[in-house]
Ligand binder design. Structure first.
Ligand code: ROI
Length: 161
């Protein structure tokens, strides 16, 4: 199944964390990483008193069912969460969101796909468009339509490494 994963980090060396998370996706036996967006620096949505984020989107092909994929994403998050931050273990440094799982709409206690905020988040929509501009969501709405309603003025596309 073709899926899209949102990556985000705003603690520690976020660029390296995202690179490491992409490597972990690539090395998972049930996951084939087929495309990666640029990395973007983005202003925090929600509480503003936190560092800017680094965000990206990955396209994968997977044999895992949605919940096994979620388990895999959460295992990769766990692997990256605990990072030495001065004297204490810092809070989480990596978010992996299952944005889209093929054309499926999924609602369970653990998982809502498409990601409920996908249409509002420029830090998801713009990287997604870089990989696959013509996406149509399960509800029939288009990525292009969402993009036209969401500004990109607080997104900085970073140079590829
Ligand atoms: N804001 C940005 N820019 N990027 C994120 O990945 C992100 N993730 C979050 C909240 C706190 C909603 N804000 C974010 O979980």
């Amino acid at each position: 199944m073709k899926c899209y994963i949102g990556l985000g980090s705003n603690l520690g060396d976020s660029v390296n964390t995202l690179k490491s998370a992409l490597a972990a996706l690539q090395h998972h036996p049930g996951i084939h990483l087929t495309n990666t967006s640029s990395f973007y620096q983005s202003k925090p949505h929600g509480p503003a008193d936190q560092p800017d984020y680094i965000n990206a989107v990955a396209e994968i092909e997977t044999t895992l069912n949605p919940h096994d994929l979620l388990d895999a994403l959460q295992a990769i998050e766990q692997h990256h969460h605990r990072q030495r931050d001065g004297e204490r273990w810092g809070p989480r440094t990596l978010d992996l969101d299952l944005l889209l799982y093929g054309d499926s709409s999924i609602q369970s206690s653990r998982l809502t796909v498409p990601h409920p905020q996908i249409g509002k988040r420029n830090f998801v929509l713009y990287p997604l468009a870089e990989i696959s501009r013509n996406i149509i969501f399960p509800d029939g709405s288009t990525l292009s339509a969402h993009l036209s309603h969401v500004a990109d003025d607080d997104l900085i596309k970073l140079d590829s490494p």
